[in-house]
Structures are given as C-alpha cells and as structure tokens.
Ligand binder design. Structure first.
Ligand SMILES: Cc1ncc(COP(=O)(O)O)c(C=O)c1O
Length: 396
C-alpha cells in the first residue's frame, strides 16, 4: 500500500467508528415504484423521480430512437462538433418551461453548479470579488462552485429572509456586485425558501438572484415550472422530476453567451449524449400536462406528514414531496432506515456532513408511482418504531 493509501484507510476507519462510512448497494429497479436488493423487493422511497418519468414509455422510446439516429455519444464538446442540431430546440423548450429568455444545457446538476458559479463569480470579469449571500444549507455543489471561484460566502440562517436582509443591507453602500444564492426546495428538508421575499430583496438591492430549482422543477409551480419565477438565473437538473440526466441554466441571453465563452465546465466537456437528450426532450413535452400527478404526490406527502407527526415523528419544515424523519444521531437514523427495510421500504439514512450534526435523518421522497396503500402501510410500520428522544431533544 503506498503512503497516501494508508491515510485514506485511516480516514475510512474513523468514519466507520462514527457510523458515517458510506457504502454502495447494488439495486435492481423494477419500475418507478419499487426496487430489488439481494432478491428482496422494496417500495422505493429514496428516488427523486418525482413524476415517475424514468420508466415512461415516451422517454424510453425517444431515447432509443435518438440513440439509433444520432449514436450513443455526442463525440465532442458543443464548441467543437458536439452541437447536434437538436440542442437549441431543447433549450428553447427549457426556457419556455422556466419562463426565462434563454437556456443552456449542462452535463449534470452538480457540474452545472460547480462550473457555472465559478464562471459567474469570476473577479477578473466582475472587477472585484463579488459579495455572495448564501443559505447555510445550500447543496454541496453550490459550495463547490463558490470555492472554485475562491469567493467567501456570507451565509445567512437557513430560509431566514430577515437575516438575509440584515446582511445584505450592511453592504448597501458597497459597490461590489452582489449575488444571492439559494435552493428553492431544499433537498434534505423538503422545505421551501421564502422566494418572494428573497426576490423582492434582490430587486431592491440590485443583487443577482441565483436559484437552484432542482427539487421543484417538474413537480411544483404552475405547469411544473418550478419555484424560480423571481430568479435572474436558474440552475436545475433533468435527473429528478424530469426522469433522466443532465442539467440546464435558464437565464438572460447575455449570460448564456457569457457561459459559452467563459464556463470551463461547458467549454471543455463533451456534450450530453443523444439518448439522454431524447429522454429530456420527451419529458419536456410531457411535464406541463402532468397536473394530476403533481396533485397526487402533494396529497400523499401531506397525508404522510400529518400521520407521521401524529405518531411523534419530527418532519421539520417539510412542505413538499420530500419528507425527512429526523432521528438525531447517525446511529438512530441508520436504525430507523433498517427497520423500514425489514418492513419492505427502501429509505436511506442521511448523515453528517450531508446534514448538520445531530440531525441525521431518513429522507423519504414520494413520487407519482406511490399509492395511498403505500402511505397507510408506511405509517403502520412507523407507528411500531420507537421515536428518537435524541431528535426531540435536539429540535426542541
Ligand atoms: C439542490 C441540488 N442541486 C444539484 C444537485 C445535483 O444534480 P445532479 O444529480 O443532476 O448532479 C442535486 C442532487 O443531488 C441537488 O439536490
């Protein structure tokens, strides 16, 4: 073992001791509702496929058709020979869904946040290090983008528009470019940022509002357009409610042009492959007409939250299809996840550093493939699980 490896091994050992070591589990999806692990079937409560589109026949058909017609890869970056002729029509559809003037496709949600933020915060272009106000619980990829741009984030308390206002007004006279960075729906809590207040503040303070709409696009907002109406720049992904992979930035045409010229993650990365683009294109054709599925998911999540709270579980400020069962310690979250698995539900324990210390949880995500009987059975199983006193103590 070379020197560095012994260090990695020691790191892994320490994680294991704290119940924080992560492992990959091979799964066999048997449709949008369930999966099999080691030959046993589970109801899948750990997928972000909120509209159950990843097994939709239209997505599969267009994906296969485009693979046959255009090949399995794009062959190059879009600035070389990878700009196949359907990219721009897809971007028009994205811009229309998001109600923004333009859009640009990116490789993945993580890559988009990492690369786009780095480019947008470029001090050599802005003339100074920008002032970046960021929600404390923003996704790891947003932190990554800020770090890549070497900007110091001014963090405000999670979802706290008043705190954000205080911080921004302290810099009112500062002429450096200001940005506000938030998710619309937070991935681990399922709560919604105060978008209207944040957007109004951004307008009055001349700050650029950048919103990661990953967990709202497709499933929330009118026609599934998400919750980013007040944003200047929206970053989102096709890997969640839209059922496939890849990401987008929806923005002004100038910002799109700037990214084409300055965003290294766009310039130096091979364009998305045609089968993925086929699935994206088909999902964009379907999504606005899926109100019934959206209502079904919202109703199930609301009924589940009501039931779970009634039997003593802590679901935080969840108001969407994402519902955490906050257990406290990593050990408690792992124990709850194991109990659910015994009962045939696949739900993942989420531990620090993904969530703050002592708020380890089991994250549940409801999708259009679930049904009311799944919710009833889930609540029945939970009523047999002991409620974590640690979580109650931490959150009270
Ligand atoms: C808020 C948020 N942004 C970005 C991402 C990354 O998206 P992708 O899975 O497409 O890389 C995720 C998903 O993990 C997310 O939850």
């Amino acid at each position: 073992m070379v020197g560095s490896e012994t260090r990695y091994q020691a790191f892994l050992k320490a994680l294991g001791k704290d119940h924080l070591r992560r492992e990959l589990t091979p799964v066999d999806p048997s449709g949008a509702r369930s999966l099999q692990v080691g030959g046993k079937a589970y109801v899948n409560l750990a997928s972000n496929d909120y509209l159950a589109l990843r097994f939709h026949e239209a997505l599969i058909a267009r994906s296969a058709e485009w693979a046959g017609r255009y090949g399995t890869g794009s062959g190059a970056s879009r600035l070389v020979t990878g700009n196949l002729d359907f990219f721009e029509p897809i971007e028009v559809k994205v811009a229309q869904l998001k109600q923004k003037p333009a859009a640009l496709l990116m490789a993945s949600g993580f890559q988009a946040n990492a690369a786009v933020l780095q480019a947008l915060f470029d001090r050599s272009v802005l003339g100074a290090e920008p002032l970046v106000f960021a929600d404390r619980l923003n996704h790891a990829s947003m932190h990554f983008g800020c770090k890549a741009a070497s900007v110091h984030q001014i963090r405000y308390r999670h979802g706290d528009a008043a705190h954000l206002t205080d911080l921004v007004t302290q810099f009112q006279e500062d002429s450096r470019p200001k940005f506000i960075l938030t998710e619309s729906v937070f991935s681990m809590d399922g709560d919604v940022a105060p978008m209207d207040e944040i957007a109004a503040l951004a307008r009055t303070q001349n700050a650029t509002l950048i919103v990661d709409d990953a967990h709202a696009t497709g499933i929330l907002g009118e026609g599934g357009r998400g919750l980013s109406d007040g944003a200047d720049i929206v970053i989102g992904t096709f890997s969640k409610a839209l059922g496939s992979f890849g990401a987008y930035v929806a923005c002004a045409p100038t910002v799109r042009d700037y990214l084409i010229n300055r965003c290294s993650g766009f310039i130096y990365s091979t364009a998305l492959p045609p089968p993925v683009l086929g699935a994206i294109d088909a999902a964009l054709d379907l999504v606005q007409g899926m109100d019934e599925a959206r209502t079904h998911v919202a109703n199930m999540a609301a009924r589940f939250r009501f039931g779970a709270k009634g039997i003593g579980f802590e679901t935080g400020a969840s108001a969407t299809q994402i519902v955490p069962l906050i257990a406290g310690t990593a050990d408690a979250a792992l124990g709850l996840s194991a109990k659910l698995r015994e009962a045939g539900f696949w739900a993942t324990a989420i531990r620090p550093p993904t969530v703050p210390q002592m708020t380890a949880r089991v994250r549940l995500a409801f999708t259009a493939a679930h049904n009311d009987a799944d919710i009833d059975r889930l609540l029945e199983v939970l009523s047999e699980c002991a409620v974590s006193n640690t979580a109650k103590a931490v959150l009270s």
